[in-house]
Design a protein. Structure first.
Length: 744
């Protein structure tokens, strides 16, 4: 039980002894508040881009957290602290009131005025207000949402370092020219809505008005139809092939008065140049309008506009005519990138759970999808046989493996009542060879999504994970801690779909603190502290993983994209041996784990052992006054005290002139001022003929010899030796005290 108590105490001390693991570090969380510590997924760095009309999409720099209780009543708003870790990831820290159960995260919302909302305002009406909407001249804003059924559950989520996905409040449109006949091309957008909500409402149910599962592809939207706008020719912002500056659109049903892309194409050069304006709709291959959702990315690829010889027959003479025409240049069409997991048109919407799946074991694979109707689209009566699901032939330019993970066609089931579908397929034998195939999912309306399927028994490390002694020390809370480093390298050919890679470490003897160097205060990554009820460790024979199956603490960090050489180093310091010297560890170690890399690996090595140090206090070196005395050296303090009462005896200082005739009770107390210097031995040297009396230690044990008496033990606490007389004149007279302690 003593051993377990030390492990438990060490885990409790983590947050206090290491700044990287303290969720509230620097936040000074007051009473009635709970800390926020979340990872962010959104544009965190890089140059801003022009928005439609004149707003900008800039890196996320500010976040305001709008807090509501379990019933959806407004509590207050809090500003969060945003830190970027790379171009698309960062962290959010702050505090919110302890009764918070729903939070809207609003990013880059400069000048937000919430003074008109009082405590108790309802979530749905508040989030649909004009104050919480955006216009075409406003900068692009980002929104995230999380809801729990209780403030207790919300407290757990907010400090979990979970990833909060921040969604652009508009869709992004990019135009790419691949038509060699066009010497210059400009473009702009017409007929978009002039305002949109920052938050995406998903239902009319006031108790659950927002959907926080966007990453599963189930978010819906409402639309504000407050008019349209038309841009002038001079507001075009895109020039030349190879340049792809995006423009943006608010969410839009895009049906009766569709969004139009106006392209100004110049054929030829010089005096023979000819200009035509082409009007292109955001539509699929079957000429059905895409419904515009926030955060979507539309890529309009100009592959073959009418050539200069045909240009008078197709297109418009002026920009104004292009805006009003119904003569569309229908050959080009918008393409939604494959990495987007959902697609829609005017009537239907198709979503796949993920665009890439990895299998490391098993004989069967599956992909969930959702297919629903919008604006009159009817899915009733549909079944799995109405969906065309097949394995896409591998293209010549695809550098991924030729070996397929499957040999037979997939099967499809679909429930038209729920809109949910399931695709299943048998897997070839999974072994060390990476197998790859692309599943093509085509809905009855022609909407198409793709899912990359991989199988392999385990990826191989380019450099196998290793734990080594860094042979340096790191001061933490005044204690010099031994540092170690964990090194490994991922393979160069790891599929891009496998990123981000989550690295997990389990240990009760080491704390990770940096990836930038052993003396750096922190690295470029954030360590997450998580909790798990069991580790299921089988080998528990060594000290470092003693009772590993009962650990409840682990650490992880995320590699979002490959580094230059795919090599990584994590620095760690030991804490158990220094904070709890009674349980000096002969080994330190950790369990290392990355999904798909061969399971959990135990890594350990011998821990540096403390050395013995001695300090001697001669009686003449102890200053005695009024029957008390004290001496200090090398962080060790010895205090002598007589009780000044008749009875049992102690006499210290025979050589210092203190030799009274009256003998008294007394104590010797030995202290260390550092937890890293435990006392292990105290030797008393007696004056010849004065070896009598008794010695009772407060801890450890005491043994008398012929000229000395020795206490032995192991403690960072005070050692108190109480001394007394057994018979008349059978007392002790001490000439020196030698203290032995351990040091690192």
């Amino acid at each position: 039980m003593k051993r377990l108590s030390y492990i438990f105490a060490s885990l409790l001390l983590l947050a206090g002894c290491n700044e990287r693991l303290d969720v509230a570090q620097g936040l000074q969380v007051p009473d009635g508040e709970m800390p926020v510590d979340l990872a962010l997924d959104g544009p965190m760095a890089g140059p801003g881009t022009r928005s439609y009309v004149n707003g900008t999409e800039t890196a996320i720099s500010t976040i305001k957290m709008l807090c509501f209780d379990t019933e959806g009543s407004y509590i207050t708003a809090r500003d969060g602290q945003v830190t970027a870790t790379d171009a698309t990831h960062g962290s959010l820290k702050g505090t919110v009131p302890a009764n918070t159960a729903r939070v809207h995260f609003l990013a880059n919302f400069a000048g937000l005025d919430l003074s008109s909302f009082g405590v108790g305002s309802m979530e749905r009406s508040m989030m649909k207000s004009v104050q919480l909407s955006s216009g075409i001249t406003d900068d692009v804003r980002f929104w995230g949402y999380h809801k729990e059924d209780s403030n207790t559950a919300m407290a757990v989520y907010l400090k979990s370092r979970s990833t909060l996905v921040l969604l652009r409040d508009r869709a992004k449109v990019t135009v790419i020219n691949q038509d060699a006949d066009i010497s210059a091309l400009q473009w702009t957008i017409s007929n978009g809505l002039n305002r949109g909500f920052v938050a995406a409402a998903s239902s009319s149910d006031n108790s659950h008005p927002y959907d926080n599962s966007y990453v599963n592809g189930t978010i819906l939207s409402e639309y504000r139809s407050s008019g349209t706008y038309t841009l002038s020719d001079t507001e075009s912002i895109w020039t030349g092939p190879g340049t792809a500056n995006p423009q943006f659109l608010f969410e839009n049903a895009n049906s009766t008065d569709p969004v139009k892309i106006i392209v100004k194409a110049t054929y030829g050069t010089g005096t023979s140049a000819k200009v035509r304006y082409h009007t292109i709709l955001l539509q699929d291959a079957d000429k059905r309008q895409y419904r515009i959702f926030r955060n979507q990315s539309f890529v309009l690829t100009i592959k073959d506009l009418p050539s200069k010889d045909q240009s008078d027959a197709v297109g418009s003479d002026t920009f104004a005519e292009a805006v009003s025409t119904t003569n569309y240049s229908n050959n080009p069409f918008a393409q939604v990138a494959r990495e987007v997991n959902e697609i829609n048109n005017e009537q239907f919407r198709l979503t796949v759970e993920r665009t890439a799946k990895f299998y490391y074991s098993g004989t069967t694979g599956s992909v969930e999808f959702t297919y629903t109707g919008h604006d009159g689209g009817d899915v009733s009566g549909l079944s799995g046989s109405d969906f065309d699901v097949s394995w896409e032939p591998k293209s010549d330019t695809d550098e991924r493996p030729d070996v397929s993970p499957v040999t037979t066609a997939p099967t499809v089931t679909y429930n038209s009542g729920t809109g949910k579908g399931l695709i299943t397929f048998p897997l070839n034998t999974i072994n060390s060879t990476l197998k790859f195939g692309t599943l093509q999912v085509v809905a009855p309306s022609g909407l198409t999504r793709y899912v990359n399927i991989y199988s392999i028994s385990a990826f191989s490390f380019a450099t196998v994970p290793a734990l080594t002694d860094n042979e340096t020390k790191r001061p933490v809370d005044g204690i010099d801690r031994e540092t170690y480093k964990l090194t490994f390298a991922l393979p160069d050919d790891l599929p891009p779909d496998r990123y981000p890679v989550t690295v997990r470490m389990y240990s009760n003897t080491l704390v990770p603190f940096s990836d930038a160097g052993p003396t750096a205060p922190h690295g470029s990554f954030d360590i997450t502290v998580g909790y798990t009820t069991t580790l299921d460790a089988t080998d528990q024979s060594n000290q470092w993983n003693y009772n590993a199956n009962k650990w409840d603490s682990w650490y992880e960090f995320v590699i979002n994209k490959p580094s230059a050489d795919n090599s990584y180093t994590v620095y760690l310091n030991e804490f158990v041996a220094e904070l709890f010297p009674e349980q000096v560890m002969s080994t330190v170690g950790l369990y290392f784990e990355i999904e798909g890399f061969g399971g959990r690996r135990p890594l350990s090595l011998a821990a540096p052992q403390p050395t013995r140090h001695e300090v001697t206090f001669p009686a003449s070196g102890i200053s005695i006054s009024n029957h008390t005395g004290q001496g200090s050296s090398q962080g060790i303090t010895v205090v002598f005290a007589n009780s000044a009462k008749s009875g049992n005896d102690i006499e210290l200082g025979y050589n210092s002139g203190y030799n009274g005739n009256t003998r008294h009770n007394g104590t010797i107390t030995v202290s260390t001022n550092s937890e890293s210097h435990p006392v292990v031995e105290i030797e008393l040297t007696y004056v010849s003929g004065y070896l009598g009396g008794t010695v009772t230690p407060s801890t450890g044990s005491f043994t008398k010899g012929t000229t000395t008496g020795t206490w032995t033990g192991n403690t960072s606490s005070d050692v108190r030796l109480t001394m007394g007389r057994t018979t008349s004149n059978a007392y002790a007279r001490i000439s020196s005290i030698k203290v032995t302690y351990l040091g690192y």
